[in-house]
Design a binder for this molecule. Structure first.
Ligand SMILES: Cc1ncc(COP(=O)(O)O)c(C=O)c1O
Length: 384
């Protein structure tokens, strides 16, 4: 059976170079990086070299990189820490954030009785920046945290991160960005883009699962969320998975070394997919994902002219044919309400349709795209 993996926004295949690094570290560097003997210190040296290498890629200071178990933990570390330790009274975010941010924000609003504001979006999913500015003005004098994702994982819309971070700075607000879908796919310079915090996950850029990092700008004064030992400069207790951090670092270095070439290639696959969709009557591109200037090159979200039951069946039938895609974010597949991102678009006049997300990587081929399109066409015709 063919194996056509078009669910790269859920997770990616690991780069062979990262696998080589991890195997070497697993075999040879088993020391606990907190141990004082040579074997432990050898692991520590790898960990600290990774931190330096990662910091350098983003023009950050090594001390600003805190290794975590992935994006969800990094989002929680930042949001919880900002409310608990920095006295945030107003949290401004959007209805199309990943649940790692949205559910945390909702929980914090209850636990700490802070004000939670959700920004307006337009029909492409773009954040209403005038609304953001109005709220920053309204709450001036209170401690504000803005949390907005750089690239949306379901509809691909891109936030003008630098502009938003500068706006937050102007109003004295803290800014966090969930950059899980953008790091490894877009360059980011933390000296130029004045965010205070960011969240990253290795498995979205051909690194291993279960590892990522939080960028925490120096001097922000956050305390740890997970208590225990003094690892990660006291910011995140728990023995570091040195092999996974090393694999993530290799994946990230390769991602940026080959970024232009790989991004152009993946964009060509997205264009090929969109061109092919034009031959399927009644399909629609959701949000900004058809707008190549304002959406990520890695995904499309396709509204289908069928009902919800047929769409679930279509996903299953595509899988039977060897095509892996998803009904939105992997973490909400199985939930009954459907995508909260498409629901948010529905509220601004884009009627919700049963939809599938196809997301691409450098490991896909033009033949994968053509095969997926042919399967989609056949199955859609059969469901009429
Ligand atoms: C935008 C976004 N944020 C956060 C996460 C969660 O990251 P992780 O799976 O590493 O916890 C994901 C992963 O699906 C994501 O796409």
């Amino acid at each position: 059976m063919p194996k056509v993996y078009l669910d790269n926004a859920a997770t990616t295949a690991v780069r062979p170079e990262a696998i080589t690094t991890m195997t070497e570290v697993l075999q040879n560097e088993y020391g606990n990086p907190s141990s004082t003997h040579n074997i432990g210190q050898s692991s520590k040296a790898i960990l600290e070299q990774c931190r330096k290498d990662i910091a350098q890629l983003f023009n950050a200071h090594p001390g600003e990189i805190i290794f975590t178990s992935g994006g969800t933990e990094a989002d929680n570390l930042v949001l919880r820490g900002a409310v608990r330790d920095l006295g945030v009274q107003v949290l401004i975010t959007s209805p199309i954030e990943h649940h790692a941010v949205l559910h945390t924000a909702e929980a914090l609003a209850e636990e700490y009785n802070i004000t939670l504001e959700l920004l307006n979006i337009d029909q492409s999913g773009a954040i209403d920046l005038a609304h953001l500015e109005a709220l920053l003005e309204k709450y001036q004098g209170q401690k504000i945290l803005v949390s907005l994702m750089h690239v949306n994982n379901e509809i691909g819309v891109i936030l003008p991160l630098k502009q938003v971070a500068q706006m937050c700075k102007t109003y004295g607000a803290l800014m966090h960005s969930d950059t899980v879908q953008s790091i490894g796919h877009y360059p980011l310079d933390f000296k130029e883009v004045p965010v205070d915090f960011a969240a990253v996950a290795a498995h979205k850029f051909h690194g291993p699962k279960g590892v990522g990092f939080a960028f925490i700008r120096r001097g922000t004064g956050l305390n740890p969320m997970i208590l225990g030992g003094g690892q990660e400069r006291g910011m995140r207790a728990g023995t570091e998975p040195v092999y996974a951090v090393a694999g993530m670092t290799t994946a990230l270095k390769h991602a940026y070394e080959h970024l232009d070439k790989e991004a152009a290639y993946v964009l060509s696959l997205k264009k090929r997919f969109i061109d092919g969709l034009a031959e399927l009557p009644g399909v629609r591109l959701n949000g900004a994902c058809g707008d190549l200037a304002n959406s990520t090159y890695t995904l499309v979200n396709v509204g289908l002219p069928i009902d919800a039951a047929q769409s679930a069946m279509l996903l299953f039938q595509l899988d039977l044919k060897g095509v892996a895609c998803s009904q939105g974010s992997a973490c909400q597949s199985g939930s009954s309400g459907g995508s909260h991102v498409l629901q948010a678009l529905d509220k601004v006049g884009v009627p919700m349709m049963p939809s599938l997300r196809f997301s691409f990587s450098m490991f896909n081929t033009p033949e994968d795209i053509d095969f997926a399109l042919a399967c989609l066409k056949e199955l859609l015709e059969a469901s009429r």
